[in-house]
Design a protein around this ligand. Structure first.
Ligand SMILES: Cc1ncc(COP(=O)(O)O)c(C=O)c1O
Length: 457
């Protein structure tokens, strides 16, 4: 058994697996699982390199403080290395970032400074500028600055590149990679330019980023738009970037990235993040365009565990318009969580109120249908629950049946959408039935979502 002294020794040397279940034309496609790094992403590599580089250059002394502006994988990579080496880590995070990410970073010991996400570069509260200023104001502090730090591409030029070349035994024709800070693509470009200049370096870019046009047409005229894939895509050229060896770029829409990421999990059991879908999309296009057999490598840059409530959640996918549900042309189309497919969150009449409360919190819903023998026998909403328990905490032990409303008004599935409005005006939720069969609930939000989708068409 091989025993390691610390998790820092587990960074890098990530496995490469062959992709079998996708059409790769004449090519063979391989995926390097950066998701297997101890912090779950490729950024562990630069976390270690940038910190050790600052130590070597005397810019970081024992007990010092690291400061960076990021809520992403770089924050997690830095937090992992900082904890092992005993540094304080301050991360400046734009306030649009998810609570999960912030909790994760805090749990790893990072101090989080929230800042505005509605301001651009040059504004004093822009997260990068604020991080730099904080570092300047602190004693013995080092601003990591992944977008301008040469140790970032160096981690890939000296680590990832040689590692790939060794693992592939020199039998490699192309690498498909995305750009966040550009460290990976720049470092790999430098290594392969020197060691194996025939290896094609291909960019996978989300639609909306400026880079695809820059690589393919040499201009920066493209106006950046927004995209949902995380960790890659740019609206500016990072200081450390060198794209001179990148021969081709593919722009992949969010819809394709998410669909391919999910397909990768289904077909190859690889749980990658959203950008893994973008990289796979670009790699498949490149592979299919070839006329001769080639060995092509791409990456799972981070673990999909970070995206379970997004791209791996059907409701989120449907909300974003990435997953279509077959329309039947009646009120069924408005039921977000149909009862027949076991998606409705329910409670039984004999369960304690505590269960109802837990379920409401867990699924972020404010009412539950009460179900007995597949029939709806009541509704319990937050007000019913509150009235039942207020002043007497023991009441959480009482059965749901004691607090639910059982005098229910149903709406038939064939009724027109307009019939929902009087129900909502009375502050009720619509309980949809087809004859005697309970189909599910429709709330105001469901109607809004339905109307928004119709407006899109
Ligand atoms: C989630 C994620 N982070 C980072 C990167 C690459 O980042 P960088 O350009 O900062 O090396 C990728 C590349 O595909 C990525 O998918």
């Amino acid at each position: 058994m091989e025993v390691h002294d610390s998790v820092l020794e587990l960074i890098g040397n990530t496995p490469i697996v062959r992709i079998h279940q996708f059409d790769t034309g004449p090519c063979t496609l391989y995926m390097k699982l950066e998701s297997q790094n101890p912090g779950g992403s490729v950024k562990d590599r630069i976390g270690l390199q940038m910190i050790e580089d600052a130590e070597r250059r005397g810019l970081l002394k024992p007990g010092g403080t690291l400061v960076e502006g990021t809520a992403g994988n770089t924050g997690l990579g830095l937090a992992l290395v900082a904890a092992q080496k005993g540094y304080r880590l301050v991360l400046v995070i734009p306030d649009k970032m998810s609570r999960e990410k912030i909790s994760n970073l805090k749990a790893m010991g990072a101090e989080v400074v929230l800042t505005r996400s509605d301001v651009a570069k040059g504004h004093p509260e822009y997260y990068q500028d604020l991080a730099e200023r904080l570092a300047n104001e602190m004693d013995n502090a080092f601003f990591i600055n992944q977008f301008g730090n040469p140790a970032n591409p160096k981690a890939h030029e000296e680590g990832t590149g040689p590692e790939i070349w060794r693992q592939m035994d020199g039998k490699l024709d192309a690498i498909v990679v995305g750009v966040g800070s550009s460290g990976t693509i720049t470092g790999l470009s430098h290594f392969f330019q020197r060691e194996a200049p025939n290896v094609d370096i291909i960019l996978a870019d989300p639609v909306g980023s400026i880079l695809e046009q820059y690589i393919n047409h040499g201009n920066l005229d493209a106006k950046s738009a927004s995209w949902l894939v995380e960790g890659i895509g740019e609206d500016f050229l990072p200081v450390i970037s060198d794209f001179t060896h990148v021969t081709k770029a593919y722009a992949i829409p969010d819809s394709e990235s998410f669909a391919l990421g999910r397909e990768l999990l289904m077909k190859e059991s690889i749980l990658g993040g959203s950008s893994t879908g973008t990289l796979l999309g670009a790699a498949l296009r490149y592979c299919k365009e070839q006329t001769e057999p080639k060995n092509v490598l791409t990456f799972a840059c981070d673990t999909g565990n970070r995206y379970l409530s997004k791209m791996y959640n059907d409701f989120w996918m449907r909300d974003q318009g990435f997953l279509e549900r077959e329309e039947v042309g009646d009120l069924r189309d408005l039921i977000a969580r149909p009862f027949a497919s076991h998606d409705t969150v329910t409670v039984g009449p004999d369960e304690p109120l505590a269960n109802a409360y837990t379920r409401m919190k867990l699924y972020d819903v404010s009412q539950l249908p009460v179900i007995e023998n597949d029939q709806i026998v009541g509704i319990l909403d937050e007000s019913d629950l509150l009235l039942a328990v207020v002043g007497s905490p023991d009441c959480f032990d009482k059965p749901v049946s004691s607090a639910m409303v059982s005098d229910l008004n149903f709406i038939d599935v064939d009724e027109p959408v307009e019939k929902l409005l009087p129900i909502f005006e009375q502050d009720y939720v619509a309980i949809v039935r087809d004859g005697e069969e309970f189909l599910g609930l429709i709330t105001r939000v469901d109607l809004l979502y339905h109307l928004r989708r119709k407006a899109d068409c």
